[in-house]
Design a binder for this molecule. Structure first.
Ligand SMILES: [Zn+2]
Length: 147
């Protein structure tokens, strides 16, 4: 969306960090939706948009999940943001605890991104394996049904 620069009245995009005419900082800058999520809500929206199978991936956004093998982020009763990892033995490691929501969100966002890349890298290999296991005649049957 377009908006007016507060200093020179030039029309700028609300996603511009600075005015393209006078260079003044845009105090109402809107971070692009494709950028790094800054809040738990933005992170939730990001995951929904990408259709991430969070439960399968063992990520719990905005949830104080107690079971083993889980990554999560939530806001506690004191307004602190907590990033945690529950290990296989059920013990919890705190990655971050504090008031900086965007820092906390970024901690888990980076982990999430690494997880997505790992899954992507694994996917082609497992598909290849399945193909090899299907006998030729059976494969054509399956394909016929499929189309
Ligand atoms: Zn300006």
């Amino acid at each position: 969306m377009k908006q007016q620069c507060e200093y020179c009245d030039f029309m700028i995009d609300d996603t511009d960090e600075v005015c393209s005419n006078c260079g003044a900082p845009n105090e109402h800058v809107v971070r692009a939706a494709t950028g790094v999520p800054q809040t738990i809500e933005e992170l939730k929206a990001f995951c929904a948009e990408k259709n991430l199978p969070l439960e399968k991936m063992r990520f719990f956004i905005g949830e104080d999940y107690k079971e083993p093998k889980a990554f999560g982020i939530f806001e506690d009763a004191q307004g602190d943001f907590v990033v945690y990892k529950n290990k296989a033995d059920g013990s919890r490691a705190i990655r971050y605890e504090g008031k900086d929501e965007s820092y906390a969100v970024n901690e888990i966002y980076q982990k999430l991104k690494a997880e997505i890349n790992e899954r992507r890298a694994k996917a082609p290999a497992s598909i290849k394996k399945i193909r090899v296991l299907i006998p030729k005649d059976l494969k054509s049957q399956v394909l016929e049904k499929f189309f």
